[in-house]
Design a protein around this ligand. Sequence first.
Ligand code: FAD
Length: 380
Amino acid sequence: MNFELTEEHKMIRDAARDFAQTELLPGVIERDENQTFPTEQIKKLGELGFMGMMVSPKYGGAGMDTISYILAMEEISKVDASCSVVMSVNNSLVCWGLETFGNEEQKEKYLKPLASGEMIGAFCLSEPEAGSDATSQQTTAIDKGDHYLLNGTKNWITNGSSASVYLVIAQTDLEKGHKGINAFIIEKDMHGFVVGAKENKLGIRGSDTHSLMFTDVKVPKENRIGEDGFGFKFAMKTLSGGRIGIAAQALGIASGAYELALKYSKERKAFGTEICNHQAIAFKLADMITEITAARHLVMKCAWDKDQGNNYDVSSAMAKLYASKVAMEQTVEAVQIHGGNGFVKEYHVERLMRDAKITQIYEGTSEIQKIVISRSVIKG
Ligand SMILES: Cc1cc2nc3c(=O)[nH]c(=O)nc-3n(C[C@H](O)[C@H](O)[C@H](O)COP(=O)(O)OP(=O)(O)OC[C@H]3O[C@@H](n4cnc5c(N)ncnc54)[C@H](O)[C@@H]3O)c2cc1C
């Protein structure tokens, strides 16, 4: 057992913290208010190597481990969860999925620009009738010899309009059920592909969430990822790692709110003393830091599992389930500690509270994480 971070890990964490303070904090309230995508900030994150953190340098990535990735995710999420979700989808869903399961041609053509941040990727599984039940795919890709013909609609897609490359899951053979599902690489300018209107959201408002429509899109055969019928497994495996990123995002939202609440409680006075001297507030701080520390250990554990080559399906589900609960509960406490100021935008905690909610919903709701965990304990 070793709870110490390496010097390299500390450097990465500090670089991400510095970036969040200097590049993300200014303008974060306005981007949230106006639903502005952080274009410039994502470009700079790419230049720093944060858009393809775990990708091998052979494909233009930074070649870092998963611990480094979650340290960076936590720091970015403390300040701007809209930015960190773009980073998370690109790193742990799109780049990881392509590097692990794509062929050499796909990696050369798509992974390289995605890992360097030159392009942004999107991961497209959810549909109007297929959210938690991802096997109910209505989007079809019919084999036409040298290409597939793609038809259908995807819902709630992060990076929906800012992406250039989309990993799209579709049913190729209905009779085979989930074994008749495939994953395809779609380019934005393919004929018949239309990006729908932007969703007006409660939180992570700076990220762009869209529905996507595909009408007779001709997808070259070489754009299928893996063997025929591999798509469902591809989606599940990829999401398992994605949950590590979202767990780290939730951790960052919680710890960002805690840091603001701690600072505020040492400055704000009531009844002749700083409010941190009132036991009710001091105990809130004690609960917050205890729960955040427990969440951090779970997040570190699943990242470590992944780096060690262990199975991380359950540890990532636990980390996401717990960290997202902590994020939701502790951001509410942070607003409470701020009193009336917690309810206005300038103090940031109301945004963190709104942002926290999505971590209990996307990449598998909390109920779905409990299904993953309970099935594993019951099976033994
Ligand atoms: C901002 C945002 C960004 C997103 N980004 C992406 C993206 O980039 N790519 C993508 O593919 N998807 C994305 N999603 C979709 C997201 O993953 C789904 O919303 C999520 O998986 C839940 O699916 P659903 O909305 O259809 O809810 P449903 O599946 O309809 O669930 C509704 C409720 O029922 C519960 N429930 C469902 N089944 C069960 C069960 N068997 N047991 C117990 N409870 C159950 C759920 O937990 C939930 O509480 C995004 C969503 C949002 C809001």
